[in-house]
Design a binder for this molecule. Structure first.
Ligand code: GAP
Length: 433
């Protein structure tokens, strides 16, 4: 990584803390590795990203239903899914400095990357967090924190299909927490042990899976323009045979160019009938689908799109961050910007604060907006630029004469005057998802 890029990441981390996007978890106790808390701006950004995804998956289509399954599931689910046996990474320890590494991410022939010391033989380490259900801590009561949300969808496939009277092809979308005891978390919120996923499983007839796979690959990369991500910062990476997860026949990652290099932000997988077939085997329940058109019974194939909320939040931040001569600006797409607008009285007198507060109160029902009357107007603009607020409205002496306010646009810094009665409409046209 070049010094300049490391610098960008350091600056982003520091901005996130300063402006209330992201804090280290349990900071007053020295923090806990790879866990983070979202502050007032972070929580808005996160909600907006999730809403945008949910809207495009569930509201704007007529072939996808929503679901919210529990994090703790029957332990047999994870045997059936293959996670108990196969959700492992190879772990090596340095005998000298005791640091741990994923053997597949380093050149083990060179010894410890940290101190050159001798490494242990790789051993397989299961990434699932375990806990106990109920007061007795024995093997019979082990449950897992789910490492992916997808299994909650598979075990509910027939529930959702029946209650919503669906025929294939159709999908089920879910947003929820997932947990992985990663050996090497890092790069801020890129790889965490507790994170949130947005997953959609699309159930199709066998034989139509290849076509649907191509369809979802194209749909998903297109979606990133709605998130405001520059297309030149995105690319596909196809998984080679040795990279494929145990459930996948074919997989493409969508990668983003972070300051620390190209990395996965979303996976699109052809999971075939693997999961449903295994659940049928382990649960001994009939999970066949009766196709009313062909009159055949079969286990549906699944095309999965899976992305991480936290990782997309980092993507939007890295994509939006820009330093100019006089300001730092986050050029968020208005749909995801935490604060949609700020309203300022030019001075704290002559009735300007009252007019400005009136405007803010009219907007609050619809958007997260900010009222600010402190400091020079230029400073107030800069503060909003740093959190990516797309529009600032200023009430000045002309407002008192003709009822117009100044709108200042974040990216171009261009200003125009509009009637104060049009502020709501102006924002609705520009910032609604
Ligand atoms: N259900 C399939 C699945 O979980 P994955 O490729 O392992 O596939 C999908 O994960 C997405 O979840 C990733 O592209 C990433 O956005 C997010 N993700 C996975 N592990 C993560 C971690 N440790 N921290 C943050 N996000 C993670």
């Amino acid at each position: 990584m070049t010094e300049q890029l490391t610098n960008t990441m350091d600056k982003l981390v520091s901005l996130c803390k300063r402006r209330g996007f992201i804090y280290q978890s349990s900071e007053i106790y020295g923090g806990i590795n790879s866990c983070y808390d979202y502050g007032p701006m972070g929580v808005e950004l996160k909600k907006n990203i999730k809403n945008l995804w949910w809207k495009s998956m569930v509201y704007e289509r007529d072939d996808i239903e929503g679901l919210d399954a529990s994090i703790l599931m029957h332990p047999r689910v994870w045997e059936a899914s293959g996670h108990v046996e196969g959700f492992t990474d190879p772990l090596v320890d340095c005998k000298k400095c005791k640091q741990r590494f994923r053997a597949d991410q380093i050149d083990t022939t060179q010894g410890c990357p940290n101190c050159g010391g001798e490494l242990t033989e790789p051993r397989m380490f299961n990434l699932m967090f375990k806990t106990f259900m109920g007061p007795v801590e024995d093997d019979a009561n082990i449950v897992y924190l789910r490492p992916e949300t997808a299994q909650g969808i598979y075990v509910n496939f027939h529930n959702v299909r029946e209650s919503s009277r669906r025929k294939l092809p159709f999908g089920i979308a879910q947003i929820g927490k997932a947990f992985r005891n990663e050996i090497t978390p890092g790069n801020f919120i890129f790889r965490m042990r507790e994170f949130e996923q947005m997953e959609m499983q699309y159930f199709v007839s066998p034989g139509s899976d290849e076509e649907w796979f191509e369809y979802w690959k194209e749909e998903r990369i297109k979606w990133y323009s709605r998130l405001g991500i520059r297309s030149e910062k995105l690319r596909f990476h196809q998984h080679q045979e040795d990279e494929l997860a145990h459930y996948a026949k074919k997989a493409f990652d969508i990668e983003f160019e972070f300051p620390f290099g190209w990395n996965e932000i979303e996976g699109i997988h052809n999971r075939t009938d693997y999961d449903l077939r295994r659940h049928q085997e382990y649960s001994r329940k009939n999970l066949l689908y009766f196709d009313p058109e062909t009159k055949e019974r079969y286990i549906p194939y699944v095309i999965e799109t899976s992305t991480g909320v936290d990782r997309l939040l980092l993507t939007t931040l890295a994509n939006a961050y820009e330093e100019e001569e006089e300001r730092v600006v986050l050029r968020f797409a208005p749909a995801v910007a935490p604060m949609k607008a700020a309203v300022f009285p030019l001075v704290k007198k002559d009735g300007m604060p009252e007019v400005a507060r009136n405007i803010v109160n009219g907007l609050r029902k619809y958007f997260r907006v900010f009222y600010d009357e402190s400091g020079a107007i230029g400073r107030r603009y800069r503060r909003q630029d740093e959190i990516g607020t797309p529009y600032c409205f200023t009430v000045d002496s002309q407002t008192l004469e003709d009822g117009t306010v100044t709108v200042r646009e974040r990216d171009t810094m261009a200003q125009e005057r509009i009637s104060q009665d049009r502020v709501l409409e102006y924002l609705m046209e520009r910032v609604l998802i």
